[in-house]
Design a protein around this ligand. Structure first.
Ligand code: GRE
Ligand code: ZN
Length: 322
């Protein structure tokens, strides 16, 4: 069965320093090993893809990437460089790699232009955004220009977690919970709700958002959010589609990245439907072969398996079917 994975990270030597603050969330040996693998695009990666039976990785720059850069002009220049670099890797292995570009969201107009350049000239399939950019989230009015361009180009933005601006009080005294262990998922789900309630999808009804990690918990809470929205004070916010679940069903696609467990996959299938779920491994933070074995053996129909494994990716990302 053909397998296309969408949350597949890399870094370049020039950009590796931006990840320094993320290093502290991992055990030192684990971070060193992941860092080594992030820098390798081909020599170890392709044999590992072969061993796992993974046909294609859609590559993206690891968190926080250029969004951590304080100087907007530097971020713009580095985005161009890394997107050109990624395009070069893909050009050498067009059957094995696709790409999501990096966006210099420090300068939203430049980010929109870079998205267009990366999609139309470099063949990127969309962009991957690592959480906030110095505290600016994707619902910010300044970012509308990027959504407008993404909608016009008909490409998704993939929202990936990263460290927050600060640490929520409830996590005080518990640094072990800060990171992919817990806080990143909560932060990312909250970021999605900011977009829904902040009107991004009312302004851009055809915008496409990709989420990793089996939807960051959101597939589980659709009914409860709709029910509570009927009860809650709206504080002047109204949703054109009436209920928050409508946006999660119509504007959001999720990947299995970093979740190799059947119950959450089946909950997501029942909740969002098989057309909304794509495959991802979260390499190098998870094992490619564990992820591919999981999807090959998950207790789901063959029709759903094929959609998740490659058909949905081919349609959403405009990859030629084969
Ligand atoms: C991830 O992408 O899931 C990730 C990182 C960095 C550290 C751990 C981790 O980007 O799971
Ligand atoms: Zn990831």
């Amino acid at each position: 069965m053909k397998l296309i994975a969408l949350e597949e990270h890399f870094v370049t030597a020039d950009l590796v320093g931006y990840g320094a603050s993320t290093a502290s969330i991992a055990q030192p040996g684990a971070w060193a090993e992941a860092s080594r693998r992030l820098l390798d695009l081909v020599d170890e990666r392709i044999p590992e893809m072969d061993a796992a039976g993974l046909d294609m990785q859609v590559l993206s720059l690891n968190a926080p990437g250029i969004q951590a850069e304080k100087d907007a002009a530097v971020a713009v220049a580095k985005a161009v460089t890394v997107n050109d670099f990624l395009a070069g890797v893909i050009a050498e292995h067009p059957e094995r790699f696709g790409g999501f570009c990096a966006l210099p969201l420090q300068n939203p107009a430049a980010a929109a232009d870079e998205l267009e350049r990366a999609v139309t000239q470099l063949g990127m399939r969309g962009a991957l955004v690592n959480a906030h950019t110095h505290g600016t989230y994707l619902d910010d009015p300044s970012i509308r220009v990027v959504w407008e361009r993404a909608e016009a180009l008909d490409v998704p933005l993939y929202l990936h977690p990263a460290n927050g601006v600060d640490t929520a009080h409830v996590l005080s005294g518990h640094p072990e919970l800060v990171g992919p262990m817990w806080s990143w998922g909560v932060d990312t789900a909250t970021h999605v709700l900011r977009m829904i309630f902040g009107g991004v999808f009312d302004d851009f009804p055809k915008a496409k958002l990709l989420l990793g990690h089996m939807g960051e918990g959101l597939p589980f809470v659709l009914w409860r959010m709709d029910s509570r929205w009927a009860f809650h004070a709206h504080h002047g916010i109204e949703l054109a589609r009436g209920v928050p679940s409508a946006y999660l069903r119509e504007n959001v696609w999720i990947t299995t990245s970093g979740v190799c467990s059947a119950p959450p996959l089946m909950a997501a299938l029942l909740s969002l439907g098989a057309d909304r779920i794509l495959f991802g491994t979260d390499y190098p933070f998870e094992s490619m072969s564990v992820a591919t074995d999981f999807l090959r053996t998950a207790p789901i129909s063959e029709a759903d398996r094929a959609k998740i494994a490659h058909l949905n990716a081919e349609r959403l990302l405009g990859l030629a079917a084969s």
